[in-house]
Design a protein around this ligand. Structure first.
Ligand SMILES: Nc1ncnc2c1ncn2[C@@H]1O[C@H](COP(=O)(O)OP(=O)(O)OP(=O)(O)O)[C@@H](O)[C@H]1O
Ligand SMILES: [Mg+2]
Length: 249
């Protein structure tokens, strides 16, 4: 089973309900003729829940510092709220969507990135559950919560997870939808094409900061591992009219 596309829906887009609606509608249409795996984050929903619980949000190079309490909130927001909302909206558009996390079926087993608390770096991706769903005619919607070897939950950056799943599936397309029109230069203009050899310099010069760091590093890895088409695009423009940055060799 090949010719799979992985689409990562940025949690950043959950703030924009119109963009989300348009995305779901387009995705439902495209999924009729294409095998798609949807991976999502949920930054704003996690931040919302943390502030309601009076827990501070902390980031290191665009990655969330995740202590035990934060991890609980991450799992509730991602696998509970955002995942079920996307799944339900897809079902509402006639798609047989199933919402799972990367902890289900041990999809993503991770090493712990100690310096970030309960944050996982996937070391083993088991695609059999996802394959079973696709072969059964279901559409997998996957939240970025994985597990440690001892089965403890771990927070995975959703860009990292989408990339690892795309590589494991030998996907031909990996598209990151986010709340900006791709990677922007210092004048806030979209950089239409970035070569993997240029990525480190863009981070070093602080053109790319925050949440764009794990995203561009994920793109670099995907290209290096043979994913043909890797894009960071504006979620407001949707997935039919791709508007953003292509990352190439
Ligand atoms: N050069 C850059 N070009 C574009 N965005 C940048 C750049 N540098 C930093 N950013 C930031 O990266 C953000 C996108 O990453 P962020 O992690 O916030 O969103 P996401 O990955 O779509 O959502 P989530 O992490 O919740 O899944 C942008 O909103 C912007 O603030
Ligand atoms: Mg992000």
């Amino acid at each position: 089973m090949r010719a799979v596309s992985v689409i990562k829906f940025g949690g950043s887009l959950t703030k924009n309900k119109d963009a989300q609606k348009k995305f779901i509608k387009e995705l439902a249409e495209i999924s009729k003729n294409n095998k798609i795996i949807l991976v999502h984050g949920g930054g704003p929903e996690i931040n919302n829940l943390l502030s309601r619980l009076n827990i501070e949000s902390k980031f290191v190079n665009g990655l969330r510092y995740t202590d035990e309490q934060t991890l609980e909130a991450v799992e509730m927001a991602l696998s509970g709220k955002v995942n079920k909302m996307l799944m339900a909206e897809l079902i509402n558009c006639g798609v047989r969507a199933v919402g799972i996390s990367a902890r289900d079926g041990a999809i993503a087993v991770c090493d712990v990135k100690q310096e970030l608390g309960f944050v996982g770096e996937p070391t083993k991706i088991d695609i059999s559950l996802i394959e079973t769903l696709i072969n059964g005619g279901f559409f997998p919607v996957i939240s970025s919560v994985g597990m440690a070897k001892d089965t403890h939950a771990l927070n995975i950056n959703a860009d990292t997870l989408a990339t690892n799943i795309a590589i494991a599936f030998k996907a031909d397309k990996l598209i990151f939808l986010t709340d900006v029109a791709g990677v922007l230069d210092k004048d806030k203009k979209t950089i239409r094409e970035i070569k993997v050899s240029e990525v480190d310099e863009l981070i070093k010069n602080e053109v790319i900061t925050g949440g764009m760091i794990p995203k561009i590093n994920s793109c670099k890895k995907a290209v290096e591992e043979g994913v043909q088409e890797v894009l960071i695009v504006d979620g407001v423009s949707g997935i039919k009219n791709l508007n953003g940055t292509v990352i190439k060799n």
